[in-house]
Design a protein around this ligand. Structure first.
Ligand SMILES: NC(=O)c1ccc[n+]([C@@H]2O[C@H](COP(=O)([O-])OP(=O)(O)OC[C@H]3O[C@@H](n4cnc5c(N)ncnc54)[C@H](O)[C@@H]3O)[C@@H](O)[C@H]2O)c1
Length: 358
């Protein structure tokens, strides 16, 4: 009987709520709704106009987060509010012992991020930070290739992220204001987190930023130079005002919301070879061929079956809630990616290289 009860408990769908029903919160709610490992027991947003969306997906709606947590007693919550209230909403969840998936960036500042790290430690709740690209088969395969030494010692990485955000994207004021708005904390943090995951910790950044195209308070374009702990170098050109086929979104095709182009957005370089992503082509000398620029390189393509990383992240969160897996991006890890992004902003402001604080 005890065994039967345990099996039923382990296989019962994880009860989840979504807090914040904007662009990404709605996507999370729809994914939960479609997934058998979890069930959406309620949704919350301070803005009552989102009640109509809740009605559409048949979920009880609450405009008070405490009431949502008390009434629905979920196992886990997805926090998809603007960055500035991630920490305070996480604290409310911790009070009710509710595990959390917190959208990236973990917070706007390191002191807010530290609050999440502390509250997770003292309450025992488990935290997954929404760096969903870590669940991408492209990113995971690149990490294995680099970390297994297939390219030799890592020399560097080069990334392009250039696309055009439509003007209506900026109707929400927080997206064009500091702190929190701008492509560094909204988008580039994905590249920075992926770089940490694939290549190792970033020690120093030097950034130049421009807002010449839109004249917003926040930057629209950046050029970055990075130094990794292992001595490798990195460079990124990022812009949300330059239409191009060279962004993670356009090239991987993981999100059907974006235009798709069969191009590469990232390149990794080692002492024995190079890798393009998402083509996943490894360029190396054939066995026995001595190194040297006069010798041809061979191209070997690594087969990667694309999967929706947001959906994989949701499955992972359910397993973390059930204590079947350790969080792939815990609060401390999310704070380190935030530290790199904040170092980028500080460097752009001061026009100096900045050491990343860990
Ligand atoms: N992982 C990704 O690829 C991805 C994509 C988009 C956004 N995000 C992140 O998700 C978060 C939300 O972004 P968005 O673009 O969906 O924002 P949004 O502004 O579209 O939506 C945020 C929602 O939160 C609600 N809200 C604000 N304060 C609240 C509170 N205290 N309690 C409950 N609800 C509250 C707002 O009313 C709004 O409906 C941000 O942290 C953003 O960086 C991540």
């Amino acid at each position: 009987m005890a065994t039967l009860q345990k099996t039923e408990e382990m296989t019962a769908p994880v009860k989840l709520v979504v807090i914040g029903l904007g662009w990404i919160g709605r996507k999370h709610a729809e994914l939960i709704d479609a997934h058998s490992q979890c069930t959406l027991v309620g949704v919350g947003d301070v803005d009552a106009q989102h009640a109509s969306f809740a009605a559409q997906i048949n979920a009880p709606f609450y405009s008070e987060v405490e009431e949502l947590l008390e009434s629905e007693a979920p196992d886990g919550a997805i926090i998809a509010t603007p960055n500035g209230c991630h920490a305070s909403v996480a604290e409310l969840c911790a009070r009710q012992k509710v595990h959390v998936l917190i959208e990236k960036p973990l917070a706007n500042t390191l002191s807010e991020a530290r609050r999440v790290v502390d509250v997770a430690e003292t309450s025992g709740i488990r935290v997954v930070v929404g760096h969903h690209r870590r669940h991408s088969p492209f990113i995971q395969t690149a990490r294995s290739i680099v970390r297994d030494g297939e390219l030799g010692s890592l020399v560097g990485a080069s990334m392009l992220w250039a696309l055009m955000k439509p003007m209506d994207y900026f109707e929400l004021p927080w997206r064009r204001q500091r702190p929190g708005g701008g492509p560094t904390l909204i988008n580039l943090i994905h590249e920075l987190d992926s770089l940490r995951f694939i290549c190792g910790e970033i020690r120093q950044v030097y950034a130049q930023a421009s807002s010449a195209s839109r004249n917003f308070e926040v930057e629209d374009s950046l050029s970055l130079s990075l130094l990794f702990e292992n001595g490798a170098l990195g460079s990124i050109l990022a812009s949300d005002t330059a239409p191009s086929p060279w962004s993670y979104e356009a090239t991987t095709g993981e999100n059907p919301h974006y235009f798709h182009a069969a191009e590469n957005c990232y390149h990794f370089f080692g002492t024995r070879g190079a890798l393009s992503l998402p083509a996943m082509e490894v360029w190396k000398y054939a066995p026995g061929v001595p190194g040297g620029w006069q010798h041809p390189l061979e191209r070997v393509t690594r087969k990667v079956i694309p999967q929706d990383p947001l959906e994989s992240q949701l499955k992972h969160f359910c397993q973390v809630v059930r204590n079947e897996q350790r969080s792939l991006v815990d609060a401390g890890d999310g704070m380190r990616s935030l530290a790199v992004a904040l170092a980028v902003l500080e460097s752009a402001e001061s026009q100096r290289p900045v050491e990343v604080s860990h």
